[in-house]
Design a binder for this molecule. Structure first.
Ligand SMILES: [Mn+2]
Length: 459
């Protein structure tokens, strides 16, 4: 069971059911996805389903029953020795009970006969609506069968259908010790892989080759996959935020931005580093790099209990605005630039804002157009709300978020001094909120100018 004891999952199911009260909660597994013709994408389990079961196979359905007794029911693909020769071993219902602790388990072909029984005489049903239309349809079909019986007075049908996402996601956002440990290990592998890529990089190689070196390091160190598509962006390609073509050649004198992180037992890591292809920053590159670095350090310092992702973003934006005015990339009052940039994150409708840029005026968002942080966990952009009751939610110990400021001055940015055009820099670490000082899970990855240049030279 991928390195977690089955008690971990049993404990989560118990806590979730305590929060739900008397109810039935239904969680579908992911399905395999066709990549082309009859080949599939590498299978990745649904995160909520995995969080509650640890079960690794596609198409399963988990049902948590909190009634007269607590029950964990798992529907799985049946054992099929002939099919398993082609597509791999299956646990089957017996394995679901023995290995994964299901109280009851059935083959998938018994869903239509069993689910209406489970949903009878239950008032509240929690379901992960909207994940897969086929599951939505089947779920409503079972409920309608119970309603039909209900009209004859044979049973009572559910009266409350509630989205199961919120309660699971609100639990997932606070990481347990086991999860922090796993994410720390994922982070360390990715940190080493980035440092190795700095050493492996040389002018003339392609972005793809560098991607390969980095991913090789992650997989050979125990990661099962990358958590998202690796970005290796040489020179001005770094100004495309989600550049994944990775097909260009890396040129002497350019920077290269890598945004990559491995997945360990389904837990993500997410690191960005930017370094000189030939191992030494030019004066101009270094100037911009140190601004992003300073902004990131200010951002990380504010990852504290009681702060919010917005206050982290705000500290980054204020620092960037101040430095960009000093550098001549922005004109005017830095505080005004910071205010306008922060407002644009909260109020997308420009006309609704009191303070705006003049027509044609260059603002901070021309150079920094994304947010500073996102939650990190089983998903790279992990679940959990950023706001509660209209206000930014407070950071709590056990939350893990990224801090990833950047500056992007595209080659077409004719509003910027020419020397800076074609420079894109992002620096990103994974940070755990604790009772006091923030803990940087990706700390071992080279980051200061000196560390990065040393890593590039293989020291
Ligand atoms: Mn990120």
């Amino acid at each position: 069971m991928e390195g977690f004891s089955r008690e971990v999952f049993a404990d989560r199911r118990k806590k979730i059911m305590e929060r739900l009260g008397p109810a039935v909660a239904v969680f579908p597994a992911a399905s395999e996805l066709i990549r082309s013709n009859d080949t599939t994408f590498p299978f990745r389990q649904d995160s909520d389903f995995y969080y509650l079961t640890g079960f690794p196979e596609p198409d399963a359905l988990a049902v948590l029953i909190n009634g007269e007794s607590e029950q964990f029911v798992l529907f799985t693909r049946p054992r099929d020795p002939k099919q398993e020769i082609w597509t791999g071993r299956r646990h089957g219902p017996a394995g679901a009970r023995e290995v994964f602790g299901a109280d009851e388990a059935y083959p998938l072909n018994e869903l239509d006969s069993t689910m209406p029984k489970i949903l009878s005489n239950v008032d509240r049903v929690f379901f992960a609506f909207g994940k897969q239309e086929s599951w939505d349809r089947r779920m409503m079909g079972w409920i309608n069968q119970v309603r039909t019986k209900g009209r004859r007075g044979a049973v009572s049908a559910p009266t409350e259908l509630i989205d199961a996402a919120l309660v699971v996601h609100e639990k997932r956002i606070i990481k347990e010790a086991d999860e922090i440990d796993r994410m720390q290990r994922a982070a360390r592998i990715s940190a080493d892989a980035h440092t190795l890529a700095m050493k492996a990089c040389s002018p003339g190689m392609t972005e793809r080759e560098l991607q390969n070196q980095l991913e090789h390091c992650c997989l050979s160190r125990g990661a099962q996959a990358m958590a998202y598509e690796t970005i290796v962006a040489g020179g001005a390609n770094a100004c495309v935020l989600h550049y994944v073509e990775n097909s260009a050649r890396l040129n002497q004198g350019d920077l290269v931005l890598i945004d990559a992180g491995c997945e360990l037992d389904n837990y993500a890591s997410d690191i960005s580093r930017t370094f000189p292809v030939s191992g030494r920053f030019t004066k101009t590159q270094r100037r911009v790099y140190e601004i992003v670095l300073e902004a990131q350090s200010v951002g990380i310092k504010s990852v504290r209990k009681g702060e919010t992702v917005h206050s982290v973003h705000s500290s980054v934006v204020n620092l960037l605005a101040e430095r960009l005015v000093e550098l001549g990339l922005l004109d005017g009052d830095p505080e005004r630039h910071a205010r306008i940039c922060l407002k644009s994150a909260e109020t997308p409708d420009e006309d609704a804002r009191e303070e705006r840029l003049e027509d044609g005026e260059i603002g901070l968002h021309h150079y920094y157009m994304h947010n500073t942080s996102h939650w990190l966990g089983l998903d790279c952009h992990d679940v959990g709300r950023y706001r509660e009751a209209g206000a930014w939610r407070r950071l709590e110990p056990g939350m893990i978020l990224t801090v990833e400021p950047g500056l992007y001055i595209s080659s077409e940015a004719d509003y910027a001094p020419e020397a800076y055009r074609g420079i894109g820099i992002r620096i990103e670490d994974d940070v755990l909120v604790t009772e006091d000082e923030p803990e940087i899970l990706t700390e071992s990855c080279a980051k200061s100018v000196e560390e990065v240049e040393a890593a590039c030279l293989g020291r």
